[in-house]
Structures are given as C-alpha cells and as structure tokens.
Design a protein around this ligand. Structure first.
Ligand SMILES: [Zn+2]
Length: 89
C-alpha cells in the first residue's frame, strides 16, 4: 500500500493524491500535504507528528502512536535528509 511520504496517510484512491503544478496527481503525497506542486504547510517533523497523532489515536494509544511516528516519519521522502529532492512529477 502506498502511503503519503509526508504524513503516512494511506493513498487508497486517486482522490487521496496531491497534485503537481501541472495538475497531474503526485504519486508521493496526499492532498492534505501537497497541492499544485508545493507543500500546503511548511512544517517541522515535530509539528507533523502532532498533526498526525489524532488520526492514529483511533488505532493505537497515544504513546504508541508517538513512537510509531518518531520511527516512521524520518524514513519518508519529505523528512529524509538523504531524499530532500523535489517530488517526482
Ligand atoms: Zn500527506
């Protein structure tokens, strides 16, 4: 399953994808994070963690969710220093 490379949201349908500047779907990011070729919000990884927690709390307790995000977010393209390249078109 694809997940958003910014917030971990599952990309389960075409509508979940963000859009590139040219209007095509971006395969890496969801529409909450990415729109018209740019990130909607400039966030730090800590801010993103706080933003994701309410969604994960449905599935696990908050400490587990926090630990999951602390491990998961740095591996995603947006937060991975190695991978700080523009999103694929
Ligand atoms: Zn996202």
């Amino acid at each position: 399953m694809n997940i958003c490379q910014s917030c971990t949201m599952p990309l389960t349908s075409d509508k979940a994808y963000g859009t590139n500047a040219v209007g095509t779907p971006n395969p890496d990011y969801c529409h909450h994070c990415y729109h018209d070729g740019r990130f909607i919000d400039e966030l730090t990884v800590e801010q993103m963690t706080e933003r994701c927690l309410p969604f994960l709390e449905h599935q696990m307790d908050v400490e587990k969710a926090r630990a999951y995000l602390a491990k998961k977010l740095p591996t995603l393209k947006r937060w991975n220093v190695e991978g700080k390249k523009p999103a694929r078109e």
